[in-house]
Design a protein around this ligand. Structure first.
Ligand code: PTJ
Length: 247
């Protein structure tokens, strides 16, 4: 990988791009993942490549929702595995959530490569390989989940999800947290908690919030979730894009 100087104005974005390239080379990320990354970069640029205050509120609400869950599952696809493998494992540890590989372009090779990659980054148990349950209303491959994973979860974190599956999971009655840089995309609009931020910033911040809230009562966690306004968070991100940075 080419050395990227720290003072390069777009250093963080270039490093992210290299991680996705690396993911494709390792058989973790799909080629479509490169296109998704490009789309994400465009929105991140328009958002000023920073976490908006409304996104930080969403990250706190997401942490509270994960801590409140009976069974939370963090879904991992090829882009998430390339960008934030260790960070997802840390968030799972901080919230008591399971980690499950769930792919749009599912192949056994990629499932195994991603599960191995997550184990290399500290995951004890990786779900998704049993694939003994289905999300209703989706075609066969995309619908596969573990019965004791996403199938059983009451709260699911789905970063960078495609709109159909996000809607189908919401339809199953699961409380969905979606991380996506595009506030106009269907996936964050289907979510109870849309997090309009780059996954590389969002996941570590959620972990920080979860650690901060570790001693909070259920009443306090429920208050944080109830006070979060999804519509307003989506509108704030759209305003930031349209006005060139201000919310
Ligand atoms: O690994 P697989 O097979 O499960 O495939 C994963 C991808 C991402 C290729 C697949 O789900 C897909 O095609 O997704 P879409 O429909 O391109 O949607 C990706 C969304 O994620 C878009 O709305 C992007 O703006 C957004 N996005 C891209 N990179 C990031 C991001 N959001 C947050 N952080 C990012 N780094």
């Amino acid at each position: 990988m080419t050395e990227i100087p720290d003072d390069h104005p777009r250093a963080a974005s270039l490093r992210t791009r290299h991680r996705i390239e690396d993911g494709v080379e390792k058989g973790i990320t799909s080629k479509q993942g490169l296109i998704a990354e490009g789309r994400g970069e465009a929105f991140d640029y328009l958002l000023g490549e920073r976490t908006l205050p409304s996104a930080d509120d969403a990250e706190r609400a997401a942490a509270a929702q994960l801590l409140l869950a009976d069974h939370a599952v963090l879904s991992v696809n090829g882009n998430v595995a390339a960008l934030v493998p260790g960070e997802m494992v840390e968030l799972a540890e901080a919230t008591g959530a399971d980690v499950e590989v769930n792919l749009f372009n599912r192949t056994d090779e990629r499932m195994d490569a991603i599960a191995d990659h997550l184990r290399d980054h500290g995951a004890d148990e990786v779900k998704g390989l049993a694939a003994d349950a289905r999300i209703p209303g989706l075609d066969h491959e995309r619908a596969k989940v573990d019965a004791d994973g996403i199938g059983d979860a009451d709260v699911v974190l789905v970063p960078l999800e495609d709109g159909d599956r996000a809607a189908a999971l919401a339809e199953m009655g699961k409380t969905e947290i979606v991380v996506d840089l595009n506030p106009m995309s269907r996936s964050p609009r289907a979510a109870a908690i849309p997090v309009i931020d780059n996954v590389v910033r969002a996941i570590p911040r959620m972990t920080e919030h979860a650690r901060d809230l570790a001693g909070a009562s259920d009443d306090e966690l429920e208050r944080i979730v109830a006070e979060f306004d999804a519509e307003e968070a989506l509108a704030a991100a759209e305003r930031a894009i349209r006005t060139g940075g201000d919310e």
